[in-house]
Design a protein around this ligand. Structure first.
Ligand code: ZN
Ligand code: ZN
Length: 472
């Protein structure tokens, strides 16, 4: 064991070292914040040698060992962090020739003396390091001319029992069970997804870690070219503490509106304080109905607006059916069919006016379409009736559609077509193929007699007729 020479300027040890091994460790990592700290034990140097001693480093937290060591050196040696060079005269008075500080990792072999005994690295945990001093002292004599000179040197290493404790590096990982894609609420299938935020410390889980959560939605995503007051999906929790497995479980509920959502988890004590996960809220696999390039065209795409610049997205089978429908309509003499809203690119709620509330109740899954009766041209009632009959005939053969003629929310008269045959009174639902159309006819009373106005002329009324063209 190295015997420490008595030396006037050797740093003094205070009688506090018995607390060394009970102090709480902070966490540590190369990119971590406030993860390393020295034990609360003041490093004291003789102010005559270290007049610029800044003090206070021992109570601080450091991001890593290098940063902590640099702070200790600056505290010991001044702003340069280096021990000054002294003249022979000073060395012969007892000043060290050189001195440096380093950290010896805990847990291994090796021991370092201090003025009250010996500290063994084996007594330290592997996440702890001992601050050690390497010094060189000179011993002097007088040469033949009587001048003072250094005749021998001696190196030794000791410690002030200053221990740096670092936590193991923590890394936050946000894991998701299932895919990063989910359907908008109200479009069938599942619209919730389970999320697991997991905090690990090395290869182990880290229980008791506080995590907070937030969710946001990307502007202009999901086919909505408008963003004011945009609603977003919700999380089942905004904060939590990791369980025994180092996990916090929560769920994300998709809104009725499609779009790209980003879930963020925040962990202030982790080396990566934020982890995020992107989730696409969408009806998958919709395809676009492209403009008809035939001459003459069998259909014209209409209805795009500033709020929704792309409005003709369909399920693949539905688009095929739509092509057949417009072809049939065209052949009955309809002319180019005005194909209005289908669905948005990712489906979900189609808010025509951009207010995030239903105007289209349906049109969410790419299986319905609105067909105009006025755009690109007005279609006569006779033509409508003829077309209905033809579509109903087809309905029991090639098509599986239900054609309704409705007006809602003050929108113009149009056909609302269930391209997958799921209309309430569709053959697929057990109902008749009912060709509904509007017409004007003479109003009658309960006896079947015409109702007359004050001038004695028959009163006309608008009615929606339903002709059952294919009895079942
Ligand atoms: Zn919209
Ligand atoms: Zn519609």
């Amino acid at each position: 064991m190295v015997k420490i020479p008595k030396h006037n300027y050797r740093p003094t040890c205070l009688a506090i070292r018995s607390y060394l091994f009970v102090l709480v460790v902070a966490s540590c990592g190369t990119n971590a914040l406030a993860q390393c700290s020295f034990t609360n034990y003041p490093l004291w140097f003789d102010p005559e040698i270290f007049p610029e001693f800044p003090g206070g480093y021992d109570g601080n937290n450091y991001r890593n060992q290098d940063e902590a060591l640099t702070a200790a050196k600056r505290a010991a040696f001044g702003p340069t962090g280096a021990y000054p060079s002294y003249s022979v005269a000073y060395v012969c008075k007892g000043y060290y020739i050189s001195m440096n500080l380093s950290l010896a990792a805990g847990g291994g072999a090796g021991e370092f003396p201090y003025d009250g005994g010996v500290m063994r690295l084996a007594d330290l945990a592997t996440n702890q390091s001992l601050l050690v001093f390497s010094v060189r002292r000179g011993f002097c004599g007088r040469d033949a001319n009587g001048n003072l000179s250094i005749v021998s040197t001696r190196d030794f290493v000791y410690t002030q029992t200053q221990v740096l404790s670092c936590s193991e590096q923590r890394s936050l990982q946000l894991g998701l069970s299932g895919l990063s894609e989910i359907r908008p609420a109200g479009t069938g299938g599942t619209s919730t997804i389970s999320l697991i935020a997991k905090v690990t410390s090395g290869n182990s889980s880290a229980p008791g870690t506080a995590i907070s959560f937030s969710v946001d939605v990307a502007p202009n995503s999901g086919g909505h070219d408008h963003d004011v007051n945009r609603p977003k999906g919700s999380l089942s929790a905004t904060q939590g503490v990791t369980d025994a497995n180092g996990e916090v479980k929560l769920t994300f509920q998709a809104p009725t509106i499609s779009g790209t959502h980003t879930i963020k988890a925040n962990c202030n004590t982790c080396s990566n304080p934020v982890a995020s996960k992107e989730i696409q809220v969408k009806v998958p696999n919709l395809v676009e109905m492209l403009p008809d390039t035939a001459k003459p065209a069998t259909y014209t795409l209409v209805g795009a607006t500033g709020n929704h610049k792309s409005n003709h997205w369909f399920a693949p089978n539905a688009r095929d059916t739509l092509v057949s429908v417009v072809d049939t309509m065209f052949k009955t003499g309809w002319g180019a069919v005005g194909v209005n809203d289908g669905s948005l690119v990712w489906g979900g709620l189609f808010d025509i006016k951009g207010g995030w509330t239903p105007s289209h109740q349906e049109h969410r899954m790419g299986t319905e379409v609105d067909l105009s009766v006025t755009n690109p041209r007005n279609v006569t009632d006779a033509q409508k009736k003829k077309t209905y009959a033809e579509l109903c005939k087809k309905n029991n053969s090639a098509f599986s559609i239900q054609t309704l003629w409705h007006q809602d929310d003050g929108y113009p008269e149009h056909f609302h077509v269930y391209l997958d045959g799921t209309g309430l009174n569709s053959p697929a639902q057990g109902g008749p193929c009912c060709a509904r159309y509007k017409t004007t006819r003479a109003k009658v009373d309960k006896n079947g007699d015409p109702v007359l106005d004050r001038n004695g002329k028959p009163v006309q009324e608008n009615v929606a007729l339903c002709e059952e063209t294919s009895p079942r």
